[in-house]
Design a protein around this ligand. Structure first.
Ligand SMILES: [Zn+2]
Length: 261
């Protein structure tokens, strides 16, 4: 019942925004991933993106002035991973803070050697447990199959993958499993893929995904998710078992232009 009332309220607020289908189309036209979503699936993505915008606030970081078209593009990138999961997978958080460029969080941080520093390194994105997502527009523009160290990159998908991961036991590389999935299989396959990439790195072999993935299991899942949507064929060909599990998790076949599984 509550869901029906919320959907009705969302619909009213979406209608009040008055964003047309052609405005949405032009906002997302330069993102190649959109070719994968056609017909009813594309309509569903547009509808979800508008509902995303009425449930979440995109606010300025550092006085950055952004347009409705930019908000639409961010919302659409955010909704692609949950298109077949539902907006409730982004529950418990409400705000995206958007900076023009990379940003330095105003707080101490602890580096890998355990030293606490008074300022943090420059970031292109960040996701807080039950808190906001912080994004750099410059990094969003630098999206694609070869955008970061010649590997797939999409900072929106990366940070939102962290949000999905955080739904179960914090960010540890294991988001909630669907009933037809096995947490044990997920652990085994991701661990085997991690071990193989560590081995490849130690032997100076080229990795199919950005080596930032090897920072932690949480980063591994987030970077694999970027590759799943931005360079699916590469992920499919080089890490087929990880690709298969991400198909099951996201309930999408990203290779080719196929619709949902
Ligand atoms: Zn990350």
């Amino acid at each position: 019942m509550f869901k029906r009332i919320r959907d009705w309220l969302d619909t009213r607020r979406v209608n009040k925004m008055g964003i047309t289908a052609s405005e949405w189309e032009s906002a997302v036209a330069d993102w190649p991933v959109m070719h994968r979503y056609q017909g009813a699936e594309r309509d569903a993505l547009r509808d979800m993106s508008l509902r995303f915008l009425v449930r979440k606030s995109i606010v300025s970081g550092g006085g950055f002035e952004f347009s409705d078209a930019m908000r639409l593009k961010i919302a659409t990138m955010a909704c692609v991973p949950i298109l077949h999961l539902g907006l409730d997978w982004y529950r418990h958080w409400y705000t995206i803070i958007l900076y023009e460029g990379d940003f330095i969080p105003n707080r101490p941080y602890r580096s890998d050697d355990g030293v606490v520093h008074s300022s943090s390194p420059v970031l292109s994105g960040e996701a807080w447990l039950r808190g906001p997502v912080i994004l750099s527009w410059d990094s969003i523009c630098n999206t694609g199959p070869h955008a970061r160290h010649n590997r797939a990159s999409n900072v929106v998908i990366h940070e939102l993958a962290h949000k999905l991961d955080m739904l179960r036991d914090g960010a540890n590389g294991a988001p909630p499993m669907h009933p037809d999935m096995s947490a044990g299989e997920w652990h085994d396959i991701f661990t085997a893929a991690w071990d193989r990439l560590i081995n490849d790195q130690q032997h100076h072999r080229s990795l199919p995904i950005d080596d930032y993935a090897l920072s932690s299991p949480a980063e591994f899942f987030a970077v694999c998710s970027e590759a799943f949507f931005e360079a699916p064929q590469t992920l499919h060909d080089n890490m087929p078992e990880v690709y298969r599990l991400l198909c099951q998790f996201y309930r999408q076949q990203a290779v080719g232009f196929a619709a949902s599984v």
